[in-house]
Every structure is written in C-alpha cells, then in structure tokens.
Write a protein that binds this ligand. Structure first.
Ligand SMILES: NC(=O)c1ccc[n+]([C@@H]2O[C@H](COP(=O)([O-])OP(=O)(O)OC[C@H]3O[C@@H](n4cnc5c(N)ncnc54)[C@H](OP(=O)(O)O)[C@@H]3O)[C@@H](O)[C@H]2O)c1
Length: 269
C-alpha cells in the first residue's frame, strides 16, 4: 500500500532501536525523509545508513537526551532549518532502566525520572514540533504508550503510570488539535522483543532458561514476571508494529484520531 509518505518530513524519537527503529524503516521505505532522535551516536549513524539504503532521501540522526528541554528545542530548531516543516512526529522513546519495580521499591527520585522519560519526553517533543507541524499541509502525531495501562502489573507501577499519563495527554491533544487537522493517536504495544527487552532477558539468572531471540521464551518470562500473557503466546517482533505506526502518521489516515491502538498479540482481557 502506498501510504503517500514520499517526500514527507517525519521525526521519530527513540528511532534508533526497537519499535521506533522499525517504524523509521517502514516510513523510509515509503520515501519519507526521516529524522531519528536518541542519545547514542553510533546507533544513530547505523540507523541513518539503513534508512538511506531503504529509500529515505534525506535521513538524519540527531543526538539528544529527551529529558533535557534545551536539547530537544535545539533538535527541532535543527529540523526547522533543514526541512522548514514537519508532517509527522512519533514519540517512541520510553523508560528502560527506571520505573521497573513494585510500589515500595520506588522513591520520589525514581518516580520523577520515570515520568521524565515516560511522559515528559513526548510532551517536550510535541511542544517543539507543533510549530513545524502547523506549517505542513497535513500533520499527524503518534505516541507510543503501553498495554500495561489496561492490564496493570504491580511490578511496574511507575512505568505504567507514566504511560497512562502519556495516553491521557495524547487523547487530550487529539481534541485540541482536531480543528487544525492534526490527528493524534496512541499505539499501545504488548511485549516486544526490542533491544530494551533483550537486555532485560539477558540480565536474568541462567536458571530462568530464557533465550532472548525466542519470542515464546520472552513471552513466558514477561508473563511470569509481570502477569502479561498474550493470546498468540509469543512476544512481538518490532517489525510487526512498524506498519501500524506508519499508517497512523500517513496521509492515508484521514479519520482516526484520539484512538488507542493495541498491538499486543491479544492481551487486553
Ligand atoms: N518492548 C516492550 O515490550 C514494550 C512494551 C510496551 C511499551 N513499550 C514502549 O515502546 C517504546 C519503544 O520500546 P522499545 O522496547 O522498542 O525501545 P528500546 O529498544 O529500549 O529503544 C529505546 C529507544 O529510545 C531511545 N532513548 C531512550 N531513552 C532516551 C533518552 N533519554 N533520550 C533520547 N532517546 C532515548 C534509545 O536510544 P538511546 O538509548 O541511544 O538514547 C532507543 O532509540 C517505549 O516507549 C517503551 O516504553 C515497550
């Protein structure tokens, strides 16, 4: 399906790995110019090379920490200079090493750190991207939340709360931006075998018998640790979510806004 993204300008935070990267690759294949924002230069360079090979005319990697508003502002100023406008923003970065643990294990500092990357990173990007999105003839935003918002787990209370706040902001923005034709949706992944998930599985003791490359093993671990099974009984591969995000940010999406789309192998009981 031609999504009509050829020549569009798209920014994806967290686009150098996992689901953000999978979305970036899908969108590049359709001929869009793609900017990926993340902290690690090496992963950005690798991503940009792949996006160019896939057909993105002007891919760019911007090294920035999304918990720093000054850095985020500078990143979007750079895009304004380079492209002049943005058609779409995907907020895919999320907490990796914070916010995991039960209620008693998380102090104020960790709650703040979790909301900083889990909610405010997207808020900052929307704030600085909006003036650019308003200059484009059509514009879309996708925020990547989490299925744990619907299917709570006591083991990830802060992580999930930060994502619930993001889902709320997303819905609220869909309302306030509708009159301008800017469509805003949330995508809520289930368990995906991303690099972040891989690190979690690799850190487990050997007696958990988990192969990080085996989607069924990953699902078993997530179900044991967080009580999140899926009808399909396996974790997702990031490439399975890329096309969903690509559709939602495309011109082909003309009537979805304020939606929260589960991509979770069937785990919303
Ligand atoms: N994997 C799952 O099962 C799962 C389930 C539900 C929801 N989610 C959510 O889905 C999204 C994608 O997850 P994923 O597992 O695919 O991600 P991942 O493999 O952990 O990759 C995270 C990406 O975000 C970037 N990032 C992280 N912190 C950042 C920061 N402070 N500033 C700038 N960039 C930052 C990382 O690059 P650098 O480290 O180089 O900065 C990387 O590009 C996240 O929002 C996550 O919370 C994941």
């Amino acid at each position: 399906m031609d999504l009509g993204l050829a020549g569009a300008f798209v920014a994806i935070n967290g686009g150098s790995k996992g689901m953000g990267r999978a979305a970036a690759e899908c969108i590049a294949r359709d001929g869009a110019n793609v900017a990926v924002l993340a902290r690690t230069q090496g992963a950005l360079d690798d991503t940009v090379a792949v996006l160019r090979d896939l057909g993105s005319p002007d891919p760019v990697g911007i090294a920035t920490d999304l918990t720093n508003d000054v850095g985020v502002a500078a990143a979007f100023a750079q895009l304004r200079e380079r492209w002049g406008m943005l058609h779409a923003l995907v907020n895919a970065a999320g907490p990796v090493d914070v916010g995991i643990g039960g209620f008693a294990a998380i102090d104020d500092a960790e709650w703040f750190a979790t909301f900083d990357i889990g909610t405010l990173s997207a808020v900052r990007c929307v704030r600085h991207a909006l003036p650019l999105l308003r200059l484009a003839p059509w514009a879309r935003i996708v925020n990547v939340s989490a299925h744990s918002v619907r299917r709570q787990s006591p083991a990830i209370v802060a992580y999930t709360a930060s994502k619930a706040a993001l889902t709320s902001v997303s819905k609220n923005l869909s309302l306030s931006l509708a009159a301008e034709g800017i469509l805003v949706n949330t995508v809520s992944p289930g368990s995906f075998n991303s690099p972040g998930m891989r690190d979690y599985v690799l850190a487990l003791p050997a007696d958990r018998n988990a192969d990080p490359d085996d989607l069924y093993d990953v699902m078993r671990i997530i179900d044991e640790d967080f009580g999140h099974p899926a009808h399909l009984r396996r974790a997702g591969d990031p490439v399975e979510i890329g096309p969903v995000i690509a559709f939602l940010i495309s011109k082909c999406n003309t009537y979805m806004t304020g939606a929260d789309v589960n991509v979770d192998g069937g785990s919303d009981f």
